[in-house]
Design a protein around this ligand. Structure first.
Ligand code: FES
Length: 155
């Protein structure tokens, strides 16, 4: 009887540790564009740095019209309810990123050749998603897109 209580506590601690490890795994999985919908659901409520989830949409979902993205510029858009940013660094070459800042999860704004976070001043390169200025240290999550018939679609 006396041993039952410590074992129970140990079991609970072990379960708690596994939950923490599991959450860490989900956070890491959410850093990949191909993260599962479960990982995305968990990451979307997280405010830890570098955990922004890439929106997941069926391949072929239109994100924007190519003509609406200035060559050498960028725009904001949505995939479903998820905010994204797109840039066209060269004519016909379009890139797309989650607009969720990898610092603490604010929504970055399209600003020509940069994506700027209004919360703490992070800046990201619109062509690559890489951090130009912190406090963020992790690039924006890339979303695979292709150009098809004048539209930018998820791939
Ligand atoms: Fe973007 Fe802090 S949330 S810089």
């Amino acid at each position: 009887m006396d041993n039952a209580s410590p074992v129970t506590r140990r079991a609970l601690i072990t379960v708690g540790g596994a939950a923490v490890v599991g959450a860490g795994t989900l956070v890491l999985a959410a850093c990949t564009p191909a993260g599962s919908s479960t990982a995305n659901a968990n990451a979307s409520t997280s405010t830890s740095g570098g955990t922004a989830a890439a929106p997941k949409a069926a391949a072929g979902t239109e994100v924007a019209k190519v003509a609406d993205i200035p060559v050498g510029g960028s725009i904001s858009a949505k995939i479903g309810n998820d905010p994204v940013v797109l840039a066209q660094p060269a004519a016909g070459k379009v890139v797309c990123f989650s607009a969720i800042c990898t610092h603490l999860g604010c929504i970055v704004n399209a600003a020509a050749t940069e994506f700027d976070c209004p919360c703490h001043g992070s800046k990201f390169d619109a062509a690559t998603g890489k951090v130009l200025q912190g406090p963020a240290v992790v690039p924006l999550n890339s979303i695979a897109v292709t150009v098809s018939g004048g539209s930018v679609v998820t791939s």
